[in-house]
Write a protein that binds this ligand. Structure first.
Ligand code: PRX
Length: 678
């Protein structure tokens, strides 16, 4: 079976069959005010002007020392962008806006409890907070450029303040999604070699004040077991001056940031001029093996790319109020809540809680109250918000000019609801395709220049040259509408530098498969392999079909099948485990798990419960299997490989196809009956 057949056998099946070809024009009102109206932009960013075209992106930033070379591609695939240049991300996102925007909102924090009034943090205040926190990191922890620090923070202002304080010093931050378990945090502490963990006592989620400090204790303990000693745990307080966690403080290790900050009031720390190629942050992402990959993003290229795409794709003007409902713990939040918007002096909203809490209309109330006019979310959130009344109009008072969707394919039905009900047929929609490794958007319509087509991410962005290969490495002709492996032919400034501490894995994962000549020093021989299946329609619009590797996309978040399998295998009775993606009306895909146990195992329900708990404890609630099937054996090939495809077909109520060549074909029907009934 080829990879593409595998693609079509999972979530992509839906996408392939959309066959949607209706176009929607951007509203004239939007076009008239758009920041990018130059119809020649793609041409200007065409191959004959590559890589110099990206000067335009770099020039959006303020450089302490100008760069000498746009792209140094002499050592593929370790590209270097804007070499010779020096800059500081914190300076670019804060200091340089003070003259013009000192008292304008930089960030607006919205608590989940609705009785807490939103807090507008001006650029001036952000400047003070970031400086003081940087002074604290220097003074209390001795942190300096190149050190790594792990953050395990939820969606409060403390998170961007901490990130920008690190960036000010050149300290590499590694923020772990707040919903991940202490144990998952420990893996990332160990891999990054952090000696400090920055966390918070508690935060609100779905009406509950969650004890987050408990995770820090687990993280430190597990990290130590892995051989990484954490010297200090720095704790923000959700309510400054009050400790909101029932978990005791560990003497000599745990310190309250708010107490310490008193000694640093009014302190200033000069932003450290960093090489354009200095790493800015690590963002761990799931891959096809058990170990998450530390995606290492550079300072200059990354910041230039996210600033420019925030400006030209998101169309954020300093006068707009922009709300991206993602979590800063994922790349979307790093690029399009913090770094991109702040680099261009936006006002960016941070919402602490669940979008549907306490009811489905919460987002529209927030939007109205704050005057949000640019909105950014995932298809999962769109489907969840639509659930209440798919055909009933929402009577929200919001007035969006622009809306983004990201993270998963959006089916035309959900797209239309977003367009008609949420955007009131006035807002443009950008369906943005990209990945943690990419830094910023790779495919999307340019909102004032391109028509929208529901279900298609749109053409490649300026300066991005995609190519689709079949499994044998032949280019699939442009516009043929045939599915294949989505690749990008050229380097671009937002791409990661490497995988932290593992250059070989970087090359093997993204560049090995379709490399034309491993000895070549010409970038044209080194296409980037995204791991997604896609097809390119005759109009040049790309329809992304989903992952073709062992990665599951749950609610727009990546989970490696091997990570989940390994978590299941920690349950002593489990002999073998296989997780499969199952189509879900709201979340797009959810994981279902098959585990085999030795015959005679008592109480399979208890085993199933332990499997669920293991996934939650080792990875986090996001990896919670929707169902666990305890089976006597797995369908296997003659070489002993578990046939996930067969299990996925059973879970998705699809025909399992021909299974006669399996080593144990009879087990398929046994499992089918267990799952689907007779
Ligand atoms: O399969 C693609 C899907 O999400 C994957 C990347 O996940 P992650 O690194 O967590 O980053 C998510 C946010 C950038 C991709 O390999 N994906 C992302 N955006 C889209 C998408 N699939 C279809 N359409 C999109 N717009």
């Amino acid at each position: 079976m080829t990879d593409i057949e595998r693609t079509e056998a999972n979530e992509a099946q839906i996408a392939v069959h959309w066959k949607e070809e209706q176009y929607f024009e951007p509203a004239q009102e939007f076009i008239d005010q758009a920041l990018m109206r130059d119809p020649t932009m793609r041409e200007r960013f065409g191959e004959k002007n590559f890589p110099d075209c990206f000067r335009e992106y770099a020039d959006i930033l303020t450089w302490f020392k100008p760069y000498e070379t746009v792209l140094d591609a002499s050592n593929p695939p370790f590209w270097k962008w804007f070499t010779g240049g020096k800059l500081n991300a914190s300076y670019n996102c804060v200091d340089r806006h003070l003259d013009e925007h000192r008292n304008k909102g930089a960030l607006i924090f919205v608590s989940e409890p609705e009785d807490e009034v939103p807090y507008v943090m001006t650029y001036q205040e952000l400047y003070h907070r970031v400086n003081e926190m940087a002074a604290l990191l220097q003074g209390e922890c001795g942190l300096k450029a190149g050190d790594r620090v792990t953050l395990h923070l939820p969606m409060t202002l403390d998170l961007p303040i901490t990130m920008l304080a690190c960036a000010r010093l050149g300290v590499i931050h590694s923020q772990v999604f707040g919903g991940f378990s202490g144990s998952a945090c420990a893996d990332r502490i160990k891999d990054s070699g952090s000696h400090h963990l920055i966390t918070i006592d508690a935060y609100w989620r779905s009406g509950k004040l969650i004890d987050h400090k408990a995770n820090a204790d687990i993280a430190v303990k597990v990290a130590e077991e892995l051989g990484q000693k954490v010297d200090k745990v720095l704790i923000w307080q959700r309510y400054p001056g009050k400790y909101s966690s029932p978990t005791p403080r560990v003497d000599g290790r745990d310190v309250f940031i708010n107490d310490l900050l008193k000694q640093y009031r009014g302190r200033r720390v000069a932003p450290v001029p960093m090489d354009a190629e200095a790493p800015l942050f690590l963002m761990y992402s799931s891959g096809t093996t058990g170990k998450p990959k530390g995606c290492q993003h550079r300072t200059g290229g990354y910041l230039a790319y996210v600033a420019a795409t925030s400006k030209y794709v998101q169309d954020i003007h300093p006068t707009d109020t922009y709300w991206c409902m993602a979590d800063i713990g994922w790349i979307t939040g790093h690029s399009y809540i913090v770094y991109g918007p702040l680099a261009i002096a936006a006002t960016s909203v941070i919402y602490e809680g669940t979008p549907t809490y306490p009811d489905m209309n919460r987002p529209w109330r927030i939007a109205e109250q704050l005057g949000v006019n640019i909105f950014h979310t995932s298809p999962t959130a769109i489907r969840a918000l639509r659930r209440l009344g798919p055909d009933a109009p929402i009577h929200g008072p919001q007035h969006f000019k622009h809306m983004t969707t990201v993270g998963e394919p959006i089916e035309p039905k959900a797209w239309r609801w977003y367009y008609e009900q949420v955007g009131k047929s006035k807002a443009v929609i950008c369906d943005t395709w990209w990945q943690t490794e990419n830094g910023g958007f790779l495919c999307s319509t340019l909102p004032a220049l391109d028509k929208m087509k529901p279900g298609s991410a749109g053409p490649a962005l300026p300066g991005i040259y995609p190519v689709i290969f079949d499994d044998e490495g032949h280019e699939i002709p442009k516009g043929s509408g045939r599915a294949g492996n989505m690749c990008i032919r050229n380097p671009w400034p937002g791409i990661i530098q490497t995988i932290w501490g593992d250059d070989q894995r970087f090359v093997d994962t993204y560049y090995r498969r379709f490399c034309k000549n491993p000895n070549s020093r010409d970038w044209r021989d080194w296409p980037y392999v995204s791991g997604d299946g896609a097809m390119d329609a005759p109009d040049g619009y790309f329809r992304i079909l989903g992952r073709i590797d062992d990665v599951i996309n749950v609610s727009g978040h990546r989970l490696g099948t091997k990570e989940i399998d390994s978590a299941c295998l920690t349950v002593p009775e489990v002999s073998e485990a296989a997780v499969v993606p199952v189509h879900d009306e709201i979340k797009g895909t959810v994981p279902e798990v098959y585990v085999s146990v030795p015959s005679g195992t008592k109480d399979p329900d208890a085993v199933a419960r332990r499997v669920v708990k293991a996934c939650e404890d080792i990875i986090g609630k996001i990896a919670r299997p929707e169902k666990v099937y305890v089976v006597p054996d797995m369908p296997k090939t003659r070489s002993g490989k578990i046939m996930r495809r067969v299990l996925a077909s059973i879970s998705n109520r699809r025909d399992v196809g021909d299974v006669t060549s399996l080593a144990n074909p009879e087990i398929v029907e046994t499992i089918r009956i267990e799952v689907q009934g007779k």
